[in-house]
Design a protein around this ligand. Structure first.
Ligand code: SF4
Length: 360
């Protein structure tokens, strides 16, 4: 049996062409294409059977030729702070996570681009497990689709922002990331400025993203203001030293109106000294970047601790004194292990029971 083409992995233009060919072979009117596209991209129909304004034989024919390949829900965890984490099971059994984070007037979805991750960052639960495989564009975009439907059904409202800060290094999977960005932006109508790609510093990917005409946001997962410390936290420093990454950020900035954010996880006694705050302040000032300070979320493989509130305040005061725009982010969903990769790591190690779809 030939594999059915997954409509969820197609850009709107690809979907239009594929459906156009399909309905033309079946002597169907052209408006069928727009009908199906609306069901897929606006109504978020779970299957072709739900497309009730199409004749039954057309729904059957679509089912034979195409799939709507959404991941199955392996587990849902709700935090007392409103954060909701989904553990998704992909077609081949791989597990990936996405997180819904409610905020003032917004709902942010954090999605995964890879099953596991090969970057090996020493503060990250996903990094310890290594890379399992890249996700397809459809598997990336389907996390949005499934989360949006879930959020609406639960009365939590629509997703307003998407961040690629879940499992994986998105710019290491550009073959799927770039079409997924198009699908989210032009297919599901998420504004480019509301989509943030977060990287640990893959220079060729940053440069490629800078060449995109849309104003996607970029976040650099920095965590260290100099090469020496960065090498201990982000092994990618050996391939792309900080100076080269900063050069790529300048190119991204020069590409016009694209705000850069520096993400800085504060680990007690590791990267939270005043001297590091001053270096970070200089770097952020130079790049006109916004800084997010994030207290470290402890992970099973490290005995590091988050910085104390006093040290975080002192660190933040130095940045503010330098005139850098910054925010201290509250750790979200700690009670459900919402830091990158933790739920999956626990599920794989048997630390939690992975329950069936819809179980909460
Ligand atoms: S922090 Fe991001 S890039 Fe680094 S190991 Fe974790 S998922 Fe990969």
């Amino acid at each position: 049996m030939t594999k059915r083409a997954d409509l969820l992995g197609m850009t709107p233009e690809e979907m239009e062409k594929a459906l156009g060919r399909h309905f033309s072979h079946r002597d169907q009117p052209r408006y069928r294409v727009a009908q199906v596209q609306r069901w897929v991209l606006e109504t978020l129909a779970p299957d072709f059977g739900a497309m009730t304004n199409l004749p039954g034989e057309e729904r059957d024919a679509l089912t034979k030729s195409f799939s709507l390949n959404e991941p199955g829900c392996a587990m849902v965890s709700r935090s007392s702070d409103g954060t909701v984490k989904h553990l998704w099971r992909l077609e081949d059994g791989e597990l990936v996570e996405s997180v819904l984070i409610p905020g003032k007037g917004r709902m942010t979805l954090c999605i995964s681009s890879q099953a596991g991750c090969g970057m090996g960052c020493t503060f990250c639960a996903t990094g310890f497990g290594g890379l399992r495989r890249n996700l397809t564009a459809g598997e990336i975009a389907a996390q949005y689709r499934a989360s949006q439907r879930w959020s609406m059904a639960e009365g939590l409202g629509p997703i307003s922002n998407v961040v690629f800060m879940g499992m994986g290094e998105p710019l290491a999977n550009r073959k799927a990331l770039f079409p997924a960005l198009t699908i989210l932006n032009r297919g599901y109508d998420v504004g480019a400025r509301r989509i943030t790609v977060s990287t640990v510093g893959l220079v060729p990917g940053i440069l490629e993203l800078a060449r995109r005409p849309e104003q996607f946001r970029l976040a650099l997962s920095l965590h260290a203001p100099d090469s020496e410390l960065r090498r201990t936290l982000v092994p990618l420093e050996d391939r792309y030293p900080l100076a080269e990454v900063v050069g790529a950020l300048r190119t991204f900035d020069a590409a016009g109106g694209k705000r850069i954010t520096l993400e800085y996880t504060l680990i007690h006694g590791v990267n939270d000294h005043p001297v590091q705050a001053r270096k970070l302040g200089d770097l952020a000032w130079d790049l006109k970047a916004f800084v997010n300070l994030i207290p470290f979320n402890p992970i099973p493989y490290q005995d590091w601790r988050p910085s104390s509130p006093e040290r975080i305040q002192a660190f933040a005061a130095i940045l503010e004194g330098r005139g850098v725009g910054m925010a201290i982010r509250e750790p979200r969903g700690r009670d459900i292990d919402a830091a990158c990769g933790q739920l999956r790591a626990e599920a794989l190690s048997g630390g939690r029971t992975v329950r069936g779809a819809g179980a909460e």
